[in-house]
Design a protein around this ligand. Structure first.
Ligand code: AMP
Length: 450
């Protein structure tokens, strides 16, 4: 007969073994589980990355030709910067921000847009104390928890620019002109510039009352979740994508017809500057920007080629923003465009060629060592070059040179190393020659015109 103690010990050992096995199986499953990028957040890689780099270069060159200077602000900011800067009554702050507590218990947000951060930097570094006009631009990722679809992502990129310190409409015209020149340089027949004025603290309150009264008469046609906004921010009715609302939105009173004298003069002056600068626009009184901080100028560049997400970018004047964030009253005007949407627009029109100037291939081991050194000499001379790292056969190296669309293929083997020469093959002309190793860099530079 087995004694009770022994039976208990065997049972316990088996139980421990089973639990261990279960844990191991779960751990194995976890290891094998596919780890994927977060929904709405994309990798940008070859071949798309070449178009991105090209676009970035054109944006920088265009903005810098107007004297805008780049600023790079952190991706993380105190959450209250956006509450104060973007406004608590906006979709961005109400529903779309990535906000969390850090290990110290402080509330942090991933930036959903660039203007609030740039304004914080302006105040923090006292840029206005050094100069009367500040002109800055930025390019970088932004984060909004939106429902992803074509042209709308949770991590997306914006290129934007701001002018601080100028109240007159010349600054608004320059921001718009910089944008317009960028789209011209990219050969885009679109986007179309839609322009409006959202008034100021003097003319907006009276207009708001007129609009509220009008909306009060149509409550049955307005979605219930919008009803509280009728009191706080009734103009957002023009942003609603609701079918019933869109039917009557055109007949509602427009702020553009209720501007005070100063706002009207500012708007007329902006239109005159744009005409002088040969920038085409259409006046669209239904433009209401989704962010609270705008006054006077509000504008959007839109395109019909983008489907539902037709906004290429938007901007306007924000004369109260610096004060709202805690600085001295300073007028400002800016614009932000969506990088991904620009990529979608130029994809059809711009073919970016990613060609290697030279690929050095080696016929044997002695050639391989010389190839690595020659590739480095060529790169020092500014020539985009690749050489084999994996010890592939001559045939497969030649195939790769073809795939990389190399303009020249340089062949090195022990014979060439001993003779102090390199065989150079022009891949477009299909011609081959032998050149002295000492002259090869100059030879290729001349051929490439660099
Ligand atoms: P906003 O800061 O909302 O005025 O946006 C400026 C521009 O950024 C828009 O016109 C779009 O081109 C782009 N944009 C805004 N949100 C997104 C998003 N979730 N995904 C991609 N692009 C966006």
């Amino acid at each position: 007969m087995i004694d009770q103690g022994l039976f208990g010990a065997i049972f316990l050992t088996q139980l421990v073994a089973r639990v261990k096995l279960a844990f191991m199986a779960e751990a194995r499953e976890k290891i094998q589980e596919k780890i994927q990028s977060i929904r709405g957040m994309n990798d940008i890689c070859d071949p798309e990355i070449h178009l991105w780099q090209n676009l970035e270069k054109t944006i920088r060159e265009t903005y810098e030709s107007f004297g805008f200077v780049e600023v790079r602000t952190p991706l993380l900011e105190p959450a209250n910067l956006f509450q104060r800067g973007v406004g608590t009554d906006t979709d961005i702050v109400e529903k779309e921000m990535y906000t969390f507590q850090d290990r110290n218990g402080d509330w942090i947000s991933l930036r959903p847009e660039g203007t609030a951060s740039v304004t914080r930097a302006l105040i923090e570094h006292q840029w206005m104390a050094e100069q009367q006009t500040v002109k800055v631009y930025y390019i970088g990722p932004m984060f909004r928890y939106e429902r992803p679809q074509k042209g709308r992502y949770r991590q997306f990129h914006q290129y934007g620019l701001e002018i601080f310190g100028v109240e007159n409409a010349k600054a608004d015209a320059e921001i718009i002109a910089a944008q317009s020149l960028l789209y011209e340089k990219l050969n885009l027949s679109e986007p179309e510039l839609r322009l409006s004025s959202v008034g100021c603290q003097n003319c907006r309150p009276a207009y708001k009352e007129i609009l509220k009264a009008e909306l009060g008469k149509r409550l049955q046609d307005i979605p219930e979740d919008f009803h509280p906004r009728i009191q706080t921010n009734p103009q957002r009715i023009f942003d609603l994508k609701n079918e019933k609302v869109q039917k009557f939105a055109g007949q509602l009173p427009k702020l553009l017809d209720h501007l005070c004298g100063e706002c009207k003069t500012h708007f007329d002056s902006l239109k005159a500057h744009l005409t002088d600068l040969k920038v085409k626009y259409v006046v669209d009184p239904l433009i209401v920007r989704g962010l609270d901080y705008y006054n006077r100028t509000a504008f959007e560049f839109t395109s019909q080629h983008l489907g539902a997400q037709s906004a290429v970018g938007g901007g306007g004047r924000y004369d109260q923003l610096v004060e709202n964030i805690g600085g001295k009253a300073t007028p400002g005007v800016g614009y932000a465009g969506g990088f991904e949407r620009l990529v979608l627009l130029v994809e059809q029109s711009l073919k970016v060629e990613n060609r290697f100037d030279a690929v050095v291939v080696s016929a044997d081991e002695q050639g391989a060592e010389a190839a690595m050194k020659l590739a480095m000499d060529l790169r020092r001379a500014g020539i985009k070059t690749e050489s084999d790292l994996a010890g592939r056969s001559l045939k497969s190296q030649m195939k790769r040179a073809d795939k990389l669309k190399a303009k020249y293929c340089l062949i090195l083997g022990s014979r060439e190393v001993q003779n102090g020469t390199v065989v150079i093959k022009d891949m477009d002309q299909h011609q081959q020659a032998e050149v002295s190793k000492n002259e090869i860099v100059e030879h290729i530079k001349k051929a490439l015109n660099v």
